[in-house]
Design a protein around this ligand. Structure first.
Ligand code: GLU
Length: 427
């Protein structure tokens, strides 16, 4: 198996993500002939930044947090990807996620390379003032290495439009002028795009609609289960419910609701608490665990929570015939082959959840041109772009009798290698 450089012998790593990343590269290598130089290039992140961010707590205490930014590959354009605040963030994870961002941007046909950043901190332990100082502190560490034509950050796990607002403000103060195109996922008032907040979910819904159309499946009879009720999962439930789909299960990190006749999504959305959690009691539902949700008798399963949820222990029990990966990395590689052998269609994360970065691209265009689009235009262009990416992958998988994931990775890697060749970086 190929092993990504600087992942070997690393401690404190989400080994499952790293193994998956390596295994996919190995999978692609066995399906398209890659020269050893090409493999070396794909295994080498272009620029890796690690830094210590001083953070003054409200108590006056000064603490130092580990921060990261990996600009993995810039063959297709400036690098692009979110910044996450999470206690388990580490260099290897950021590296893997930046590799996946490189593939995601390439597959969507965006003029961007891939990047990712993060800080090892639980932001829920911080006050609002501390969170603001952290967001500004992050930018002070990287401002020389990011920019609208260099590297463009965005929100990711536990970072939202308020964090982006502080970041764009800090960058602009340092540079002496307002530069909105340096960061996407901003609030509307600071140059954000209409529709960005639901773009990841809406993109996934457009793909599902197209896939069902191709498979000639009537949406009326389908039962959908969604794991995760954060921004992506809850908006996915809201949109699909509005489109007339039947959602039989949803869950947050603590528990799930199930009703085989379909859930009242509008009512559930209304009764979420301030942090977005499902209410303790809810009429007419069975309370189920997150694990149970994954193996429910349903037609479409949407893992929209965190990584590594479907593994070799539970893969065999998955009953859905379509799995739409709205989270990053929810299926382990060994589970992926089990699902494939059962004939389950898995729409991979780099395709299914690419709606977010696609609308980030639209935001960057709007900031650069000062021409701001209507929501209708954003959604129309999102549908066009994500549907094209999906059809490319579908065609590739049909032509070669391959799974959707390997087909997506293959197309994305081919585009990156072509760009590298045209630049003269590969022979
Ligand atoms: N964090 C999102 C992702 O993983 C969005 C990245 C972006 O918009 O740059 O796709």
């Amino acid at each position: 198996m190929l092993v990504l450089k600087n992942m070997e012998n690393s401690k404190n790593v989400c080994q499952r993500c790293c193994v998956r990343c390596n295994a996919h590269l190995a999978g692609v290598a066995s399906n398209i002939i890659l020269s050893s130089t090409e493999v070396n290039l794909l295994q080498s992140p272009k620029r890796v930044f690690t830094f210590s961010i001083p953070l003054k707590k409200d108590s006056g205490e000064l603490i130092f947090l580990n921060g990261y930014r990996v600009q993995y590959n810039d063959a297709l354009g400036p690098t692009k990807g979110g910044i996450r605040f999470h206690p388990e963030v580490n260099l290897e994870e950021v590296n893997t996620l930046s590799f996946l961002m490189t593939l995601k941007c390439s597959l969507a046909g965006l003029p961007f390379g891939g990047a990712k950043g993060g800080v090892a901190i639980d932001p829920y332990t911080l006050s609002k003032a501390e969170l603001e100082r952290l967001s500004r502190g992050y930018i002070r560490e990287v401002h020389n290495f990011i920019g609208p034509d260099i590297d463009i950050p965005a929100p990711d796990v536990n970072t939202d439009e308020q964090v982006m607002a502080w970041m764009v403000d800090e960058y602009s103060k340092i540079k002496g002028k307002f530069i909105p195109a340096v960061i996407t996922g901003k609030p509307l008032e600071l140059g954000g795009s209409l529709g960005r907040n639901i773009s990841t979910s809406l993109g996934g819904c457009f793909i599902l609609k197209k896939l069902l159309e191709i498979l000639d499946i009537n949406q009326k009879d389908l039962r959908i289960a969604i794991q995760g009720f954060g921004n992506v999962g809850s908006n996915m439930a809201k949109i699909l419910d509005e489109w007339g789909y039947k959602i039989v299960a949803v869950s947050d990190q603590n528990k799930g609701f199930y009703n085989e006749e379909g859930l009242n999504i509008k009512k559930i959305l209304h009764s979420q608490d301030k942090k977005g959690f499902l209410p303790d009691d809810f009429e007419g539902v069975n309370i189920i665990s997150n694990e149970k949700l994954l193996t429910l008798d349903c037609d479409i399963l949407v893992p929209a929570a965190v990584c590594c949820q479907i593994n070799k222990e539970n893969a065999d029990k998955v009953k859905a015939s379509i799995v739409l990966e709205m989270a990053n990395d929810p299926i382990l590689i060994e589970a992926d082959s089990i699902l494939f052998s059962k004939g389950i269609k898995v729409v991979p994360d780099i395709l299914a959840n690419s709606g977010g970065v696609i609308v980030s691209y639209f935001e960057w265009i709007q900031n650069s041109s000062n021409d701001y689009w209507t929501e209708k235009k954003v959604f129309k262009k999102l549908e066009e772009k994500i549907t094209k990416a999906f059809l490319d992958v579908w065609e590739e998988s049909q032509k070669n009798n391959l799974g959707l994931r390997i087909s997506a990775h293959k197309l994305a890697i081919q585009r990156i290698l072509t760009a590298e060749k045209l630049r003269g970086n590969l022979t």
